[in-house]
Design a protein around this ligand. Structure first.
Ligand code: NAD
Ligand code: DAU
Length: 337
């Protein structure tokens, strides 16, 4: 049984990854998470009492804690999910994105060097390639062209991971995935925000003309892809993860309204996100060809299941909609709506 140190495992994708690995694989997991506004132990309630799982509260930026945890665990794998992840928040307040996404990643990389045989997997994003405005799909060797402070911080972290591989011979892999959706996603991102607002008959703020394109993948498919890369990806390599479900934002919003039987009059077109990337699109033949990954959840089924989950788990959403959430909402949408 291998030991995996997961960081940021109380968030949306990290919690999916932990539950997938514990259910399907013979591994043990330690989850290091700072429990920021986005971290939520309720996402992991299903694995309460699981003997192969342990939670440690702390920041990836805390080098003393990270060093001693790695020394104690001597893990086989470290998978770094921990990050500030919301583009709009990175536009409002970029500093935390640099601290966690860049400096925090570097603390992990530096500590990882001291652990014999450790493999480091960085969970990155297709946003590092920027907008694919000419019908193209970016492969792993495409140029970096990040737009938002979030994307720039993730691109910087990727470069640092590659530098540690090249300079110190650290065994690294990087995954870069498209937009995720599914249960347990914090209701600041497009799909859960629109579901949560529609359930309460609140306005749905669509940026600009709503004809930006995002490619959607279920978080469970992403989690399985990360596991395969962690186990079998070639050292120093990058693997895109996507399944090509390209949708206009407006079409996604209409699909949510239809599933909830709510009227399109809830839609409000609001001032666009600054420097809003028009389209994300990446290839995924490398992970398919080398590691046999294929997506299992089609978008229509996954969206229906996700909408039903939020409808049936409104106490989970309400607990998140606390004072700090409402203050963020006011800052982000107050002038727009
Ligand atoms: P999330 O915002 O839901 O969760 C982030 C988690 O990281 C939280 O549990 C939070 O408490 C934790 N965290 C934040 N700062 C920390 C710190 N300093 N130390 C320890 N823990 C800390 O994020 P998510 O959507 O699950 O994304 C996870 C990873 O996947 C991120 O690295 C993100 O860049 C990447 N990613 C996300 C998507 C997406 O669509 N959501 C797509 C591609 C890649
Ligand atoms: O592509 C992967 C990335 O996807 C991840 O790396 C990020 O962590 C994740 O947040 C996501 O970034 P996006 O900016 O694409 O996701 P978001 O859900 O914020 O927005 C999706 C689209 O919907 C985008 O075009 C902006 C638009 N949008 C979003 C919100 C929150 C709106 O029109 N209205 C909104 O209120």
């Amino acid at each position: 049984m291998a030991t995996i140190l997961v960081t940021g495992g109380a968030g949306f994708i990290g919690s999916n990854f932990i539950k997938y690995v514990l259910a399907e694989r013979d591994e043990q997991i330690v989850n290091l998470d700072a429990l920021t506004y986005a971290g939520n132990l309720a996402n992991l309630a299903d694995i309460d009492g699981e003997p192969r799982y342990r939670f440690v509260r702390g920041s990836i930026g805390d080098s003393e804690l990270v060093d001693s945890l790695l020394r104690e665990l001597q893990p086989d794998y470290l998978v770094n999910f921990a990050a500030e992840t919301h583009v709009d928040r990175s536009i409002l307040s970029p500093t935390a994105f640099l601290e966690t996404n860049i400096l925090g990643t570097q603390v992990l990389l530096q500590a990882a060097r001291a652990i014999e045989g450790l493999r480091f997997t960085q969970v990155s994003t297709d946003e590092v390639y920027g907008s694919a405005d000419n019908g193209e799909r970016f492969a792993e060797d495409a140029a970096y062209n990040p737009t938002s402070p979030y994307a720039a911080s993730k691109a910087s972290a990727d470069l640092m991971v590659l530098a540690y591989h090249k300079t110190y011979g650290l065994d690294t892999t990087i995954t870069r995935c498209a937009n995720n959706y599914g249960p347990y996603q914090f209701p600041e991102k497009l799909i859960p925000l629109m579901i949560a607002n529609a359930l309460e008959d609140k306005p749905l703020p669509v940026y600009g003309d709503g004809r930006q394109v995002r490619s959607w993948i279920h978080a469970e498919d992403h989690a399985r892809g990360i596991y395969l890369v962690m186990k079998g990806g070639r050292p120093g390599e990058i693997y895109n993860i996507d399944c090509g479900v390209e949708k206009y934002n407006l079409d996604v919003v209409h699909a949510i309204l239809a599933l909830l039987d709510k009227p399109a009059t809830l839609i409000r077109y609001v001032t666009d996100r600054p420097a809003h990337d028009r389209r994300y699109a990446i290839t995924w033949d490398k992970i398919e060809g080398e590691l046999g990954w294929t997506p299992r959840i089609d978008f229509e089924t996954g969206l229906e299941q996700t909408v039903a989950w939020y409808r049936d788990n409104q106490p989970w959403v309400r607990r998140i909609q606390d004072k700090s959430y409402l203050s963020y909402y006011q800052e982000q949408y107050g002038q727009r709506l």
